[in-house]
Design a binder for this molecule. Structure first.
Ligand code: SF4
Length: 469
């Protein structure tokens, strides 16, 4: 029985986090196979809005072939006496949450990167028109955010129209991000947190500061402030910054306290400007991943839209799996593109001096924020396709990480006797987030364990008698 009698499927918070696999989907909208897709919120004058109107421009669900992917643009236009254009980002991010309230309708990511699926089951139950989606959005937005007095929804599926509006949407996102640049963390005493993604990553808490944009790239510090003030009981909340514990890594006592509470004790310490140790957690809708490449002691960065494998031979999807889930994974770090434009980007790890590879497309987008002397020293897929090629490129360009290779080699030579050097080069034979060992009636759990061994013997236990003590 639906929460709304005229909607053929159920609607409610319990459907958040529901995944729809390819084999179960009726149709896919946006996603990796479709270049142009977007969602956008615009604040308008009341006389420009017809409250409750839902318009579909292009084919509707019943016109779409089962199992296929289609372009989609979602435009939510709102009006209200207290609504300012500054709130557009906040309204827009709720499209994700409210779409996910619909049974058998999945929404991932944000802005220009949306990825939606409708399940066969919900389609068979009668969810066969975008009119229903628009109606649900209208009702949820108005009931959850009373600041919205009037709202109309337009769903674009016409390929040409989506293409045209996609470029316009990109300009709007850029203008929004640019407005939020310039303010420093030290100049404010409040940060903002968001737990919207806990439905997919239960221990994830985004900490949004003026110089660290949210992982999804959709919520700036200003958006956080606006969201917390218009909907104080919502997913975005205020964090009293507290004491600055570590200015380089970006650890604040207030952040640690709130993250501990909101992650139900799982995460106790967060350093905002590093990818090592106790970094900011990564949910699943980050725009990109910064991944450590031990062979060159530097970071690669890859964005969600990158189709090829990265320089270490792994595609975005595999790197994202190693990063996501609300965990703190040493050397795997979910980030937004806008965070790469922050002067505090990976500050504790060397910042841009430590970045060695990224797709050309990302480089183009952030080029003006990379120190001029480094731009040509960072490889792309055009200059390095493998780690060996990357090493050669970095050496030839005299990238700053190359100095650390030399220093390391000299330090090892001088300080360590030859026989011990052999051991120092050993790589861990086992690494695990949690490794349970049962011994002598006790269960010992090793967290983030790395095990080094001089020799590993793997023997089948079949037919082997236990040793006598
Ligand atoms: S990535 Fe962070 S800011 Fe964005 S919706 Fe998820 S929790 Fe909120």
């Amino acid at each position: 029985m639906s929460m709304f009698k005229d909607i053929p499927v159920d609607v409610g918070v319990i459907y958040e986090g529901e995944r729809i696999r390819r084999k179960d989907m009726q149709i896919e909208l946006g996603g990796p196979d479709i270049k142009e897709k977007f969602e956008l919120a615009k604040v308008k004058k009341p006389e420009e809005i017809e409250d409750g109107k839902v318009t579909i421009i292009g084919p509707d669900i019943t016109d779409m072939e089962e199992g296929k992917s289609y372009p989609l643009g979602i435009l939510v236009e709102v009006a209200g006496a207290k609504l300012e254009p500054e709130l557009e980002g906040v309204v827009e991010r709720r499209i994700h949450a409210y779409c996910n309230f619909i049974e058998g309708f999945m929404h991932l990511n944000q802005r220009y990167d949306i990825w939606l699926r409708l399940s066969k089951k919900s389609f068979q139950k009668g969810l066969n028109s975008f009119q229903y989606i628009g109606k649900v959005l209208h009702r949820l937005f108005k009931s959850e955010l009373p600041i919205i007095e009037k709202m109309q929804v337009t769903l674009f599926t016409d390929t040409e129209k989506v293409k045209e509006l996609y470029d316009e949407a990109l300009q709007i996102y850029e203008a929004r991000d640019a407005r939020a640049r310039g303010l420093k963390d030290e100049e404010v005493d409040k940060f903002y947190g968001c737990v919207l993604c806990q439905s997919f990553a239960p221990t994830h808490v985004c900490v949004i500061t003026p110089q660290r944009y949210s992982n999804c790239g959709a919520i700036s510090w200003f958006d956080g402030r606006a969201a917390a003030s218009i909907d104080p009981k919502g997913p975005v909340f205020t964090i009293e910054r507290g004491d600055l514990v570590d200015p380089v890594k970006g650890e604040y006592s207030g952040v640690d306290e709130v993250v501990k509470k909101k992650s139900l004790g799982e995460i106790t310490k967060v350093c905002l400007y590093t990818a090592f140790g106790t970094p900011h957690t990564s949910c699943g809708c980050f725009e990109g991943v910064a991944f450590y490449i031990p062979e060159v002691d530097g970071f690669g960065v890859v964005h969600r839209g990158y189709k090829d494998v990265t320089v270490n031979g792994l595609p975005f999807s595999t790197l994202a799996d190693s990063t996501a889930g609300g965990r703190q994974v040493d050397g795997f770090h979910g980030i937004s593109i806008e965070y790469m434009r922050s002067p505090k980007f990976l500050q504790a790890d060397g910042g841009w001096n430590r970045v060695v590879w990224m797709p050309k497309e990302v480089k183009e987008r952030v080029k003006n924020f990379v120190p001029a002397e480094l731009v040509d020293k960072i490889a792309t897929e055009e200059s390095a396709k493998t780690v060996d090629e990357l090493k050669a490129f970095l050496k030839q360009q005299n990238h700053p990480v190359v100095v650390s290779w030399k220093e390391e080699a000299i330090a090892v030579e001088e300080a360590v006797p030859a026989e011990a050097r052999e051991e120092a080069q050993m790589i861990p034979v086992a690494t695990a987030a949690t490794l349970p060992i049962t011994a002598g009636g006790f269960k010992i759990i090793l967290k983030d364990a790395k095990i080094y061994a001089k020799k590993v013997i793997i023997r089948s236990m079949k037919n082997e008698k236990p040793e006598k003590r």
